[in-house]
Ligand binder design. Structure first.
Ligand SMILES: [Zn+2]
Length: 364
């Protein structure tokens, strides 16, 4: 069983959420807060409170074996899935396409099964071609850029070369939902119910202060069951043997040879969902980005992974009988636990048969 907590964050200072996309003199920021940053900051808070980390001294290990085991269970095992925190608004959707001529015209979601098969979907108002929509919050305006002198290859300040670093502006709000296995007692580890100031992101000596509130909540990210959502898709014309899967956070997937996936693969999805899959069917849309990170405790970069971005969507044909309650119970559990690697850091959150794809349809 999984229990749920909401996580709300308000930036008190600008936050540098480095995306890893950078050149010698500029760095782009993610428009969200990563689960890794949240997890690392909460773990560091506990270690400081217990005096394992003190400024100016070497960190001391958690001596007690039982405590160490519990620490690893909360922060490393995946029993607690620290979420990515996103700005308010609808979730990103790669399948949302807008009118090329007049962006105000109603958008179309290409995954909606009511679009006629085999024909090119055009704007319902003016029949113009469609273009990829803004698949996520358009909030570049609320990101600001800090410039400083760049450091050259020899490690000293480079003359007349400025370094431009994007930062998330102070005052912005982000939120997410944390999934916790119900046998984990969080009270000794996380500040449940009390707002705390954490330092998030890079450059925490000059910024990054964020007020974070973790509160229990009775419902998870899904108010309805996958079976109920599937009924709505069947009514819209989806084939009975197709599973629709939408990424709510980036997915780190690999095949059985641990080769990273930069697109959906029906065999990988079959392994993850416990289903016998046949093929991907249109429309399946994914984009990838590197999922790196920085381990401040060790002072070294994390291994570089490839992730499929939030809003990626796959439709996969399966051999299993999806009307079988046992099959559906397995899928419900997969949805609660997430898919793939690094789930403790919030990767792998998915929704099956997400109703969001059915929300743009307008009768012709
Ligand atoms: Zn149009």
């Amino acid at each position: 069983m999984t229990v749920w907590y909401s996580v709300d964050a308000k930036l008190v200072e600008p936050v540098t959420m480095s995306s890893g996309n950078h050149s010698r003199n500029q760095a782009a920021a993610h428009p969200f807060l990563t689960g890794s940053a949240l997890r690392g900051s909460l773990a560091a808070r506990w270690l400081r409170e217990q005096h394992h980390v003190r400024s100016g001294r070497r960190p001391t290990p958690i001596g007690d074996r039982a405590t160490h085991k519990q620490f690893m269970n909360v922060f490393e095992s995946g029993a607690v899935r620290f979420p990515f925190l996103y700005p308010p608004g609808p979730p990103p959707r790669l399948s949302l396409f807008e009118c090329k001529a007049t962006p105000d015209h109603p958008a179309a979601d290409l995954v909606d099964p009511r679009h006629p098969v085999g024909t090119k979907v055009t704007c319902r108002e003016c029949a113009s071609a469609l273009d990829r929509g803004v698949s996520g919050p358009d909030d570049r305006r609320r990101t600001h850029v800090r410039t400083r002198t760049a450091v050259g290859d020899d490690g000293v300040a480079a003359q007349a070369l400025l370094y431009a670093q994007e930062e998330l502006s102070a005052g912005r709000l982000f939120s997410g939902i944390m999934a916790v296995d119900d046998d984990v007692d969080l009270t000794a580890w996380l500040p449940v119910g009390n707002e705390v100031a954490l330092r998030l992101g890079a450059d925490t000596s000059t910024g990054g202060t964020t007020n974070v509130l973790v509160t229990p909540q009775s419902v998870g990210p899904h108010a309805t069951t996958p079976a109920a959502r599937r009924e709505a898709w069947l009514a819209a014309g989806l084939a009975t043997d197709v599973v629709v899967l939408t990424a709510r956070s980036p997915l780190v997937l690999t095949d059985r040879w641990l080769r990273p996936a930069d697109r959906f693969d029906h065999r990988i999805l079959g392994d993850e969902l416990g289903l016998t899959t046949v093929e991907l069917v249109p429309f399946t849309l994914a984009r990838s980005r590197p999922a790196g990170g920085w381990n401040p405790a060790a002072g070294i970069p994390k291994p570089g992974d490839v992730s499929l971005v939030e809003g990626s969507v796959a439709q996969v044909r399966v051999k299993d009988d999806l009307s079988d309650p046992q099959v559906m119970a397995r899928l419900t559990q997969a949805e609660e636990c997430g898919l793939g690697w690094r789930r403790a850091e919030g990767f792998g959150a998915v929704t099956l048969w997400s109703s969001i794809h059915l929300s743009e349809w307008r009768a012709p």
